[in-house]
Design a protein around this ligand. Structure first.
Ligand code: BG6
Length: 467
């Protein structure tokens, strides 16, 4: 039992497929533990972990790094209390009988807990190859809609398809068993505190509201570089590459938050979803190979082929794409999305460039999504002295200074909290997913048929040397 009495979450059974997997150990269990420590998990939550192998709770927690620093009161007892919430069941996701057994287990548990109504949340922390068969088995065994006393939702991880066709197929097949409202598609960038602040900044600072358009903004760059390489995820990365891994999901979502028309009611989920979808659907896909050559770059770090043991791999570890939005607010403003692995440093930033007047330095507003989270504005100022020389100066808001000592939830804490509470605002809808594949499909087709545009770069390069 959790320590909390006043919970924000109603009675829930959370079922984690793949509890012993990499993602669960690295993100999901630590996030749940942080919520538990901060008294945010319901006293009525039961977590059921499904694993192919027969594993004890101790084995599941081997290698899980639990961070106790956010709560001074945490102690070994807390960890024990947290572990007590979790039951492990051996489960074969391909065996329909195991779903029937699970169904019985859930119904018995509900009766035993004696709750009138419960939420049932399935977290599919599983490889994409088994995704559809799990969905089908959940549906065929009726676990998608057990009865009126049980509200079922699924929480799913990207990739949401590999291209337009597979994404359509995935969405169609999933919709046979689950309605759009039941599906929570995780994009953990949307759940980052600094990404959520983009909409707040835009809404509550009239200074910028009137300037947020092509009359004032010259260009936008959205950059997410990483200094890590593919970290041994050979099989995954050879199928995915940088464009699908980061741009299709995270960077398009940051673009949507930066450029969408703000709805009247910012707390209405549907309005936020529609606004993100509207702006993404107004991005112009490239319709000829010349525009692709001019606006898209792909690169690969030099040791990649050896690392994946594929001497002819064309998979990009770097990608940049310059887009425009075809509406009256943004027409003519180039928006560049850039990402890459094994680069000089880890940083995610959105740079809004307002241009310069005459010789002055450019005004640039930067959302520092991570690290050193904050927002800065580059201004032109007069240099002290007997002349009128200007130079640039930075005004800086930093989370670390302004919110010193305040807990900043990890994105997975937010993902877990929102899905447990049934709020899907910060999750991607099927429309948004399809919008992004419509934009990327011509590029993927071009890449499939051409192989002379891959730029090689040495590890540790800056994105500016490649793009
Ligand atoms: C994941 C990608 O979605 O995001 C990884 O699959 C990437 O390749 C990661 O490393 C980056 O996330 P963050 O939060 O560390 O920027």
């Amino acid at each position: 039992m959790s320590k909390s009495n006043q919970s924000l979450i109603s009675p829930t059974i959370l079922i984690i497929f793949g509890i012993s997997g990499h993602l669960s150990k690295r993100k999901v269990l630590p996030a749940l533990y942080n919520l538990y420590q901060n008294d945010l998990l319901s006293s009525q939550i039961t977590i059921i972990g499904l694993s192919r192998q027969k594993l004890s709770i101790q084995e599941i927690f081997n290698g899980v790094e639990l961070n106790s620093s956010t709560n001074q009161r945490s102690s070994a007892t807390d960890i024990t209390g947290f572990k007590d919430l979790i039951k492990i069941i051996q489960f074969n996701p391909e065996d329909p009988n195991d779903y029937l057994k699970l169904k019985k287990y859930i119904i018995d548990l509900k009766n035993q807990l004696n709750f009138e109504k419960i939420n049932l949340l399935f977290y599919l922390s599983i490889p994409p190859q088994v995704f559809l068969s799990v969905i089908k088995n959940l549906g065929e065994s009726n676990l998608n809609n057990l009865n009126q006393e049980i509200t079922t939702k699924i929480l799913v991880e990207k990739p949401f398809g590999y291209d337009l066709e597979s994404a359509k197929n995935l969405i169609n097949q999933t919709s046979q068993y689950f309605s759009e409202e039941q599906i929570f598609r995780i994009d953990h960038y949307l759940a980052k505190e600094t990404a959520q602040n983009i909409l707040t900044f835009r809404r509550y600072n009239p200074l910028f509201q009137t300037a947020w358009n092509n009359q004032h903004i010259k260009n936008i760059e959205i950059v997410a570089t990483e200094n890590i390489d593919i970290e041994g995820r050979v099989e995954f990365y050879e199928k995915v590459g940088a464009m699908r891994d980061l741009i299709q999901s995270h960077l398009f979502q940051l673009l949507a938050l930066t450029t969408m028309i703000l709805p009247e009611n910012m707390s209405e989920t549907k309005a936020i979803h529609l606004a993100r979808h509207a702006i993404l659907s107004e991005i112009k896909p490239f319709n000829d190979s010349n525009s692709i050559k001019k606006n898209v770059t792909r690169g690969q770090y030099t040791s990649y082929r050896q690392e994946v043991n594929n001497p002819s791999s064309m998979v990009e570890t770097f990608a940049s794409i310059r887009l425009t939005i075809d509406n009256s607010v943004w027409k003519g403003v180039p928006i560049t999305l850039i990402t890459g692995k094994a680069l000089k440093d880890k940083k995610t930033e959105i740079r809004i460039n307002f241009g310069a007047v005459n010789e002055s330095a450019e005004n640039q507003l930067t959302f520092r999504i991570q690290p050193n989270e904050g927002i800065d504005i580059k201004l032109s100022v007069k240099q002290p002295g007997f002349n009128q020389k200007t130079q640039s100066a930075i005004m800086d808001f930093s989370y670390q200074t302004t919110f010193k000592g305040r807990h900043q939830p990890d994105p997975y804490e937010r993902v877990m909290m929102d899905s447990l509470q049934g709020d899907n605002t910060l999750f991607a809808t099927s429309d948004e997913v399809l919008d992004t594949w419509y934009i990327l499909q011509p590029i993927l087709d071009y890449w499939k048929n051409n192989n002379d545009d891959l730029k090689f770069y040495n590890q540790g390069k800056s994105e500016n040397d490649i793009k």
